[in-house]
Design a protein around this ligand. Structure first.
Ligand code: GLU
Length: 292
């Protein structure tokens, strides 16, 4: 278990060179042919977040950056190479938390890497490769905040999270007294926190550390625990169409190589400053689904 989530991660400005063709219309994503067919065709549509520094961020010039962006690119390029195909052209698509399963089911994206926690409910609608990373739910408050120090002190406070996210659901279940406001994106929660319209926001420590590092001196990240354990474990997976087992196996093989080659540590370092809130997952091992 990682304890020191307060150590701020330096967010790298490294820009992943991505063919960020934003108008994703026409042909492409998925169809009925599965993710491998899309990669083989040379044109793959990947869903990620556009507003989460260090994880998935669209720069003003349209290029993409972040750990999820780099992991997804590694996976599709690795799969292409293993099969003797050309590296595919990537079309990026923004996939907010509440829309991820639907965008996969509709075939609008071939795969999603978007701080996407694997859980039982979601696994009924989509397949997951991974996990490739494990983090924990935490809190972001203004730097000068003194009353909110832990999970219990949230009672009666105004808390923000994002519709369709696991942290929103878990905090509702644990603290019925909290006034939860659900927004569409985390960047709108951060703005509300900055303006003083809410008292705290909650989601994965990785995401909160990214916002905190982006605005030095404005915010702090607070760990959430219950009975001495992290309040949640968030296992990040790569989502793809339900029952695309071939695609899932190929993603897991690529993620295993990503970890074993040391490339994952390099990507973690360059995007999140070697974030201590994170540990690598074990791709293909979904035994944690019985945890909760
Ligand atoms: N990892 C959590 C989830 O998948 C929170 C982050 C997010 O909303 O993307 O729901």
């Amino acid at each position: 278990m990682k304890r020191n989530i307060f150590r701020l991660a330096a967010i790298s400005s490294t820009v992943a060179l991505a063919g960020a063709t934003l108008a994703a219309c026409g042909d492409s994503a998925g169809g009925g042919d599965g993710m491998l067919a899309a990669i083989e065709s040379g044109d793959v549509t990947i869903g990620t977040k556009y507003d989460q520094p260090g994880l998935g961020l669209r720069n003003p010039d349209g290029s993409m950056a972040g750990l999820d962006v780099d992991v997804a690119e590694y996976v599709v390029n690795h799969i292409a190479e293993e099969n003797g195909w050309e590296a595919p052209t990537v079309t990026w698509r923004e996939t907010p938390s509440a829309q991820r399963e639907t965008l996969i089911q509709n075939g609008e994206v071939d795969l999603i890497a978007a701080t996407y926690s694997i859980n039982k409910g979601r696994s009924e609608s989509v397949n997951f490769g991974g996990p490739y990373l494990i983090t924990h739910q935490a809190l972001l408050v203004r730097e000068e905040e003194s009353e909110i120090t832990d999970l219990e002190s949230l009672d009666g406070k105004i808390l923000c999270s994002v519709t369709g996210s696991t942290p929103a659901q878990k905090v509702k279940d644990a603290l019925p007294g909290v006034q939860l406001q659900e927004y569409d994106t985390y960047s709108s929660c951060v703005e509300a926190l900055r303006q003083g319209n809410i008292d705290a926001m909650t989601t994965d420590a990785t995401i909160l550390l990214g916002y905190s590092a982006q605005a030095p001196g404005q915010f702090k990240v607070i760990e959430m625990e219950q009975d001495g354990e992290p309040f949640t474990n968030e296992y990040y997976g790569i989502g793809l169409a339900k029952d695309d087992q071939e695609g899932t196996d190929a993603i897991n093989a690529a993620l295993t190589d990503l970890h074993e080659s040391g490339e994952f540590d390099r990507l973690l370092q360059s995007n999140l400053g070697g974030d201590e809130a994170v540990s690598p997952g074990e791709p293909g091992d979904l035994s944690f689904l019985d945890e909760n």
